[in-house]
Design a protein around this ligand. Structure first.
Ligand code: NAD
Length: 363
């Protein structure tokens, strides 16, 4: 049959009613890191999405680089997320929790007890900023500090943080989890040659640099089942001072390894998502298709038309929409009717309350 953006799609254990995915979107509206009624309302408004992927969620206090972002490492956070998932399910939706650790994109002032952020190597993300709250109560962007390199014997506890986060996600009722291995945060810092100078089994070769990501995928798969696990990757992206000499070789290896593990989906954040940066080639997409048997989701300033073309060409199975989903809770219905979209207001992307969050109009 001829598949379109609005045809159903099997993703692991789930059948999505359409291929319009809500991308993970940091909104920084949980001052105490606990999602509540406002988040439940916001996500439930968007339950028509084939799949909602949550905003990036800290797996531990150390994982954090931005204040006002939610966590999944306390009972209160788990209870808050349970409320969110219930609201989404009651509205007929499906939802994945994105598991996040920022690694070196942080600073002592955002870390518990003022500790130094951790990373594969003690290399600062040049030009990167975190978001901090200052002693006078104000908040703002702040240059990241130099991290310390994780000791080899600390890695099992780090993986366990992911495992425990997945257990909480499962208990909270999430349909899936997404491992955030993109956007120059901790897991991509391990993948990239420019941030990983380790000489142990987590650094050096492609196989070694990929080891942590695959061990994290295995740990969360034990909890959820691999068919309820997805991963987000952003090959070729160069933000937060991250550089990588071997992104293509790494993608080839990861795609094959992830395919063997039978995870549900691979979600690619395209390097030109801001409008700058290199474009993914069709050859790259075809190559990924051959190496990875699961569902392929692409994200990066998609329109309905571009998403239809991606699916019609067989290069991807679904498209994730970020900014369009901020401004259009009924995005699927708008696509169905070919209706115009609301424009997002960047001044209310982060922080604040209901304004610019739950008050965008539906058709
Ligand atoms: P930005 O540089 O304006 O802000 C970066 C971060 O600071 C935000 O994600 C938010 O956490 C925080 N922040 C900013 N203003 C805030 C406010 N008023 N109140 C509370 N928190 C606030 O963000 P941008 O220009 O949209 O994105 C910059 C880069 O950050 C992009 O390259 C993007 O890839 C990355 N990003 C990644 C994630 C993720 O992967 N989890 C989330 C958001 C942004």
């Amino acid at each position: 049959a001829h598949e379109t953006l609005l045809s159903p799609l099997d993703v692991g254990r789930l059948t999505l009613p359409n291929r319009v995915i809500m991308a993970p979107l940091t909104r920084a509206r949980t001052p105490d890191s606990i999602p509540g009624d406002l988040q439940a309302e916001y996500y439930a408004q968007r339950a028509d999405a084939g799949l909602i992927i949550s905003e990036a969620t800290n797996i531990s206090p150390t994982a954090r680089g931005y204040v006002y972002t939610p966590g999944i490492y306390t009972d209160a956070q788990e209870a808050g997320w349970r409320k969110v998932v219930k609201a989404v399910h009651d509205a007929g939706g499906r939802m994945a929790l994105q598991l996040w650790h920022v690694g070196r994109v942080s600073h002592e002032i955002v870390q518990p007890e003022g500790r130094q952020p951790v990373a594969p190597s003690a290399l600062r993300g040049e030009g990167a900023e975190c978001f901090a709250e200052f002693p006078d109560g104000s908040a703002g962007r702040y240059p990241v500090s130099t991290p310390r390199a994780l000791e080899l014997d600390e890695i099992p506890a780090l993986i366990d943080d992911y495992r425990q986060a997945a257990k909480r996600a499962r208990r909270a009722g999430f349909d899936m989890v997404e491992v955030h291995a993109a956007n120059a945060y901790l897991l991509q810092q391990f993948l990239a040659t420019g941030a990983n100078r380790r000489s142990d089994r987590y650094g050096g070769s492609v196989v070694n640099r990929a080891r942590l990501v695959l061990e994290v995928v295995d740990a969360v798969s034990e909890v959820m089942g691999a068919d309820r696990v997805g991963i987000r990757l952003s090959p070729f992206i160069e933000i937060f001072g991250l550089s990588d000499d071997e992104p293509e070789a790494m993608m080839h290896y990861l795609a094959a390894q992830l395919s063997r593990r039978g995870i549900a989906y691979l979600h690619i954040n395209e390097p030109d998502w801001t409008g700058e940066g290199p474009q993914l080639t069709d050859a790259f997409r075809r190559d990924l298709r051959e190496r990875f048997r699961g569902v392929l989701i692409y994200c990066g300033h998609y329109t309905a038309e571009r998403a239809e073309a991606l699916i019609a060409d067989g290069l991807g199975d679904a498209a994730a929409f970020g900014r369009p989903y901020i401004a259009n809770p009924d995005l699927v219905e708008r696509f169905r009717r070919g209706a115009p979209l609301n424009d997002p207001d960047p001044s209310t992307f982060y922080g604040g309350g209901a304004e610019g969050y739950t008050d965008y109009p539906t058709l």
